[in-house]
Design a protein around this ligand. Structure first.
Ligand code: JFE
Length: 249
C-alpha cells in the first residue's frame, strides 16, 4: 500500500517513523511519503492561506498549492506498480466528514493508494474537494464529534488504524480477531502477572486452564462492557451473531 500525506506541518507526522508503522515502512509493507504543502507555493512568503470570501473569522487554505501537491502525490503512484487498478482515495480530515470507524479502516486497508490532505486554519477551499473528484475517490473524514486544530492528529490515528490491518504489519494476525470493534463488541478485560496485586486477584476462571469456560467468561465480559459503555453498539448488533448464552448475559 502507498500512503501520501500532505501537510504544512510535516514534522507532526514523524510519529509514523516509529513502532509498527515505522517497521512496516522499513519492510516495504507500506510506502509512506509526507510532503510539505509549502513546496507547492510560488511566492517568496510561501503563502498557503488567505481571507475567506463572505467574511468571517480565520483564514482559508488557498486552492492552487493543494491542486499541485495532490497531483504530485497522485502521479507518484504506488511504488513498483503498473497503471494503478484503482483510483487513489483522497481522505480529507474534516469536522464535517463521515465518521471514521473500524469498518472504514478495514475498507481503506484494501486500497492500493491513499492520499491524506491535512488542512489547517478554517479548512481548505471547497473547490479543491470538487476538483479532486476527477482523479480521486474523495472522502471527507471525521475522527468524531469534537474539534481539532487541523488534520494531522486525525491522519496519525487513521494511518495507524489502517496500517495495522495491512497483511504482515501486525506479527500475529490472531490479535486482530478479538480486539475491540472487530466483532462489533468492545474487548474483554485483560490481566497478567502477578496473580495477586495489591490485594486484587486475577479472576479465577483465567487461571483454570479451561478454555471453554475462559472463552465464555470473556464473551460475557464483552457483552456486559459493551452494554454498559456503548449501548449504541449493542443496538447495531446482528442477532444472528449472538448465541443462546449471549442472550442470557
Ligand atoms: C468547526 O471547527 C472547525 C471548522 C473548520 C476547521 C477547523 C480546524 N480544522 C482545520 C482543518 C481540520 C481538519 C480536521 C479537523 C477535525 C476533524 C475532527 N474530527 N475534528 N476536527 C479540524 C480541522 C475547525
Amino acid at each position: 500500500m502507498r500512503i501520501d500525506v500532505v501537510s504544512i506541518f510535516p514534522e507532526y507526522l514523524s510519529a509514523l517513523d516509529l513502532s509498527l508503522i515505522g517497521k512496516a515502512r522499513e519492510q516495504g509493507l507500506l510506502q509512506l511519503t509526507v510532503t510539505d504543502l509549502r513546496e507547492f507555493t510560488a511566492d517568496r512568503h510561501r503563502t498557503v492561506d488567505d481571507t475567506p470570501y463572505g467574511g468571517g473569522a480565520g483564514m482559508v487554505m488557498k486552492p492552487e498549492p493543494w491542486a499541485l501537491a495532490l497531483d504530485a502525490a497522485r502521479t507518484r503512484g504506488p511504488a513498483g506498480a503498473g497503471a494503478p487498478e484503482q483510483r487513489p482515495v483522497l481522505v480529507v480530515p474534516s469536522p464535517a466528514g463521515e465518521v471514521f470507524t473500524q469498518a472504514t479502516a478495514r475498507e481503506l486497508a484494501l486500497r492500493e493508494h491513499l492520499v491524506f490532505a491535512c488542512g489547517r486554519y478554517e479548512g481548505i477551499d471547497e473547490r479543491v474537494v470538487e476538483w479532486s473528484r476527477e482523479h480521486f475517490e474523495v472522502r471527507p473524514m471525521s475522527l468524531g464529534d469534537y474539534v481539532l486544530n487541523g488534520g494531522e492528529v486525525a491522519v496519525l490515528a487513521m494511518v495507524e488504524a489502517i496500517g495495522r490491518l495491512v497483511p504482515g504489519v501486525i506479527g500475529n494476525p490472531e490479535s486482530l480477531v478479538e480486539e475491540s470493534h472487530s466483532d462489533g463488541l468492545l474487548e474483554y478485560p485483560v490481566y497478567t502477572k502477578p496473580a495477586l496485586w495489591r490485594d486484587r486477584p486475577v479472576p479465577e476462571v483465567l487461571l483454570s486452564g479451561h478454555h471453554g469456560r475462559i472463552a465464555r467468561w470473556r464473551r460475557d465480559r464483552q457483552l456486559q462492557r459493551t452494554a454498559a459503555r456503548r449501548p449504541d453498539l449493542v443496538a447495531a448488533l446482528d442477532p444472528a451473531g449472538l448465541d443462546r448464552a449471549d442472550r442470557d448475559v
